[in-house]
Design a protein around this ligand. Structure first.
Ligand code: AHR
Length: 520
């Protein structure tokens, strides 16, 4: 290919207020084709799920404010946070962990708040937990958010009886002491909770089990997880750590997942190593590149876990549930390292957008995913500081991608140019597409290259459109973040770089950007 570079100052790239100094590579447009999916797969809305652990400032001082905090609250639930999350239609929220799930005893978190026992969160910072946020409060939060709850049950330090009782307390409407207790605590009707995790990371913080041992535990615990009238449980077995394919194989072989909805898999993008993960805000192009490379690695993990699942479940009846994912950096300087509070940059938004494209394109098997963790922990959507709240660059990706929820998946084919860094390269472009119930087609495209505009020519086989609109998320630097002083540095704006050409769609992808185009 002939390379023809020229350095220019590029004004605004047809969208607002951005002045970028970039290199342009003259090249033929990338040919992208979108066609109908056969037999017609739906992108589950649960792929757009979230995770809120009793960890650091996620629940306490995140969702759950001090009574004296001068913000709009329902009880102690922060309504500014709720309203922001409602706007992006979060479909499901996972709680109470994470590692915390296997040390949580649900009876500590019910009854009059002042009378609940104080416990120590030995997993996350040895802090005292007054248990004022428990079962009733979590389910009230889900109801305010308009989302489904996903509760992770305690296998590590609990018993099958404790899990059985919790489910009866939640889901039974008949005559029993636990029904009476729920009513006495202020909830008349059962909640009909269906998503239920049988432990969390049982290979590690959930009990350091072997897959053989966990398989037996899964069978024992799930045997007592009953379907009370009106609620069919969707059990989720504790799954693999990243590339631990043996875990998936052994658990499927030993349990057949016969009574399960799915099995989980956890994968975090760690740019350095676990001792020095790297800064969330101070990083160079090497860390940018390697963060993105590690993000794209998840597709290989999904392929290989899915191939193992296909052996036992060729009909793809069971879900691969990526119930923890996202970038994990060093905690912000000056904060408690056990609280995992990190800032969120444009790089992290590109990681979210690329990962969601991968999930969309694997929607036959990936039916739920939960980004870690919603507020003030890891790759958050929302950060709070006393009464202030900001939306992170990652929030805007979930906002832009809403249209994919429960939409018909449309396969996208193309050959991506490379983003080359030193001797390494990754595909610069990734994309996914869907058609919603109204017939509108949405195409989400990511350009990971920090220096090149990439032209894309999209043909839509058998589809015609009359009008288009588009949004873009980008910024001058990939390290850009939103702060409490400057909360709108990175945000979505209208995009004018997409146009109709005959029956084709032409898109000029700015460097380091996410674009979502709507065709009607
Ligand atoms: O999200 C933080 C922790 O990461 C979770 O508690 C655990 O499940 C995982 O190791």
């Amino acid at each position: 290919m002939k390379h023809n570079f020229k350095k220019i100052v590029f004004f605004g790239f047809l969208y607002t207020n951005v002045i970028l100094t970039i290199k342009i590579q003259a090249q033929a447009p990338v040919q992208l084709s979108i066609r109908e999916s056969l037999p017609g797969l739906t992108i589950s809305k649960y792929i757009y799920g979230h995770f809120s652990e009793d960890l650091g400032r996620c629940i306490y001082d995140g969702f759950w404010a001090d009574p004296s905090m001068p913000v709009k609250k329902q009880g102690r639930i922060r309504m500014d946070v709720v309203e922001a999350l409602k706007k992006i239609k979060i479909p499901v929220l996972r709680w109470p962990g994470g590692c915390f799930a296997d040390q949580y005893h649900w009876r500590d978190g019910i009854g009059p708040q002042g009378q609940r026992p104080k416990t120590v969160n030995t997993t996350w910072g040895m802090v005292t937990d007054d248990n004022s946020f428990g079962t009733h409060e979590f389910l009230e939060l889900c109801s305010l958010l308009g989302c489904e709850p996903y509760i992770a049950g305690n296998v590590g330090t609990g018993t099958p009886k404790e899990m059985e009782d919790w489910l009866e307390y939640l889901n039974y409407n008949g005559e029993s002491a636990l029904t009476d207790l729920r009513k006495k605590n202020g909830r008349d009707k059962p909640w009909n909770v269906s998503f239920w995790g049988v432990g969390n990371e049982s290979w590690g913080c959930g009990g350091s089990m072997s897959p053989e041992y966990y398989s037996n535990e899964y069978k024992r615990y799930s045997e007592f997880a009953k379907n009370y009238p009106g609620t069919k449980l969707k059990l989720i077995a504790s799954g693999a750590n990243g590339d631990d394919y043996n875990w998936t194989d052994v658990v499927l072989k030993n349990t057949g997942l016969w009574n399960a909805w799915g099995i989980s898999m956890h994968y975090y993008v760690v740019v350095g190593d676990w001792g020095h993960k790297g800064s969330a805000t101070q990083f160079d192009e090497s860390e940018y590149f390697h963060g993105l490379k590690k993000c794209l690695h998840i597709e290989g993990l999904i392929n290989r876990h899915s191939a193992i699942m296909d052996v036992y479940d060729p009909e793809k009846a069971k879900a691969l549930v990526v119930d923890e994912w996202g970038i994990w950096t060093d905690a912000e300087p000056g904060t408690n390292p056990a609280f995992l509070y990190q800032q969120n940059s444009l790089r992290d938004a590109l990681i979210a957008a690329s990962t969601l494209n991968i999930f969309n394109n694997h929607c036959a098997r990936v039916k739920m995913a939960n980004l870690a963790q919603t507020v003030n922990v890891l790759q958050s959507l929302v950060l709070t500081d006393k009464d202030k709240m900001l939306l992170t660059p990652t929030y805007y990706v979930f906002d832009m991608y809403q249209a994919h929820q429960d939409a018909m998946w449309l396969p996208v084919q193309f050959s991506s140019p490379d983003y080359v860094y030193g001797n390494e390269k990754i595909p610069a472009i990734n994309a996914s597409a869907s058609r919603d119930a109204s017939g509108a087609v949405h195409i989400s495209i990511v350009n990971l290259d920090p220096a090149k505009i990439i032209s894309i020519k999209t043909s839509l086989e058998g589809m015609h459109f009359k009008s288009l609109s588009a949004q873009v998320l980008t910024s001058q630097k990939f390290t850009d973040v939103n702060t409490f002083e400057k909360p709108f540095t990175v945000k979505t704006v209208e995009f004018k770089g997409a146009r109709k050409q005959g029956d084709d769609l032409m898109v000029e992808m700015p460097p380091q950007s996410v674009v979502v185009v709507e065709l009607k």
